[in-house]
Unconditional design. Structure first.
Length: 143
């Protein structure tokens, strides 16, 4: 606070009235107390910030651990899905190979295609009839 006393002496030496010099010093001290941080203020701040950083580090570590577990789970699921799809593809491939062996001629294949087409048309027609029945039934209910 020697700066404050030096300023007071300087003000008094240039004929500033004693009361006004004290008022200037008091205002300056209030301003300094509001605007400037003391070493104790900085130490308190440092302690608070250090604690906050520690909490953030802990949260990041737990998030990292949870994310690692999630990644392992997804990798495991993908492995199972890949194995499942590989088996399906192998089954389809084997099925197509057995179809190649089953149909000795193009005529056999054409006949199979006609029978398959007939069955598909039958299923489609049944589906249309069923849908129409449902729609007409709903219309009757709405009237």
């Amino acid at each position: 606070m020697s700066v404050v006393y030096s300023l007071y002496d300087a003000l008094v030496s240039i004929n500033v009235p004693d009361a006004k010099a004290k008022a200037v010093i008091d205002a300056m001290e209030r301003e300094m107390m509001d605007k400037l941080a003391t070493k104790a203020d900085l130490n308190t701040f440092r302690t608070e910030v250090s604690g906050e950083f520690k909490l953030v580090r802990q949260e990041l570590a737990s998030m990292r651990e949870a994310l690692s577990k999630d990644i392992l789970t997804v990798a495991h699921d993908l492995t199972h899905t890949r194995e499942f799809l590989s088996r399906d593809i192998k089954g389809l491939t084997d099925g197509f190979q057995s179809l190649d062996k089953k149909f000795a001629t193009k005529a056999d294949l054409a006949e199979f295609g006609e029978r398959l087409t007939t069955k598909l048309y039958t299923v489609l027609a049944s589906s249309v009839v069923l849908n129409c029945t449902i729609v007409f039934g709903m219309l009757k209910l709405l009237r």
